[in-house]
Design a protein around this ligand. Sequence first.
Ligand SMILES: NC(=O)c1ccc[n+]([C@@H]2O[C@H](COP(=O)([O-])OP(=O)(O)OC[C@H]3O[C@@H](n4cnc5c(N)ncnc54)[C@H](OP(=O)(O)O)[C@@H]3O)[C@@H](O)[C@H]2O)c1
Length: 244
Amino acid sequence: MRIMVIGGTSGIGLALAAHYAARGAELALCGRDTGRLAGHPLARDPRVRTYALDIGERDAVERAVRDFGAGGIDLLVVTAGQYADAAGLAADPAQGPALVSTNVAGLVHAFEAAGALMRAQGRGQLVAVASIAGLLRDYPGGSLYAASKAAAIAVCAAYRKALAPFGVAVTVLVPGYVDTARLRELNGGDAGGKPFLVSEAAAVARMADAIDRRVERCVFPRRLHLLVRVFNLLPLRLRRLRRK
Ligand SMILES: NC(=O)c1ccc[n+]([C@@H]2O[C@H](COP(=O)([O-])OP(=O)(O)OC[C@H]3O[C@@H](n4cnc5c(N)ncnc54)[C@H](OP(=O)(O)O)[C@@H]3O)[C@@H](O)[C@H]2O)c1
């Protein structure tokens, strides 16, 4: 298997890359931080190539896909993603554009480039990691993030329909809280208070299984999904009581 992971240098992307490396895959790992790429735990594996790129830069994504894709690509996984809440947006005007460029435009860049290659191959699978936040009807503090993840789910649906006739599958992974270093950092060092928190290992097992089975949409954990669906049914005034 030849697999490209954009966002494969930390958290969910790194854990997924390790999962596939252990199964003998040839890997392309992408991220912006050159130090993290150089010190990557898989960097010495001869079957692993690294590409320093910002997924928001379309030309850079195309170059990497063309280079690694010269040998074919079976699977592209996009885990690259950024989070910003209302306080972050107020403090730093660069956060909003960077979030949209990564979570939405970047995903389209990656799907366009790898989708064209897979279409020519007549086979392949595109995968994106969205978020259960993208299914929430009202998430004022993180509304730009939630909207970007709702957009990611929609991007997957659009490319699934467009590429199905060419033998290319599209899977969207929609996790709740996953106990990654980044989530801990966002929560003062401990994400233990997050509802239905899933370990990185359990999340990767669930995601890899959904990818293997080429499911269209995998939302987990089930209990958080149920809670979101109930919450979405509440009148707006009741939903807003949640954060008072
Ligand atoms: N952890 C959770 O609870 C959770 C829940 C739901 C959904 N998700 C989603 O899952 C994905 C991974 O989350 P995580 O917790 O594993 O976060 P993470 O550890 O911060 O991983 C993000 C990865 O994406 C890369 N990245 C970020 N911006 C990029 C850009 N513009 N271009 C290229 N690469 C970029 C990062 O590397 P560089 O910084 O070096 O570029 C890193 O490898 C994200 O899309 C996140 O929204 C996470």
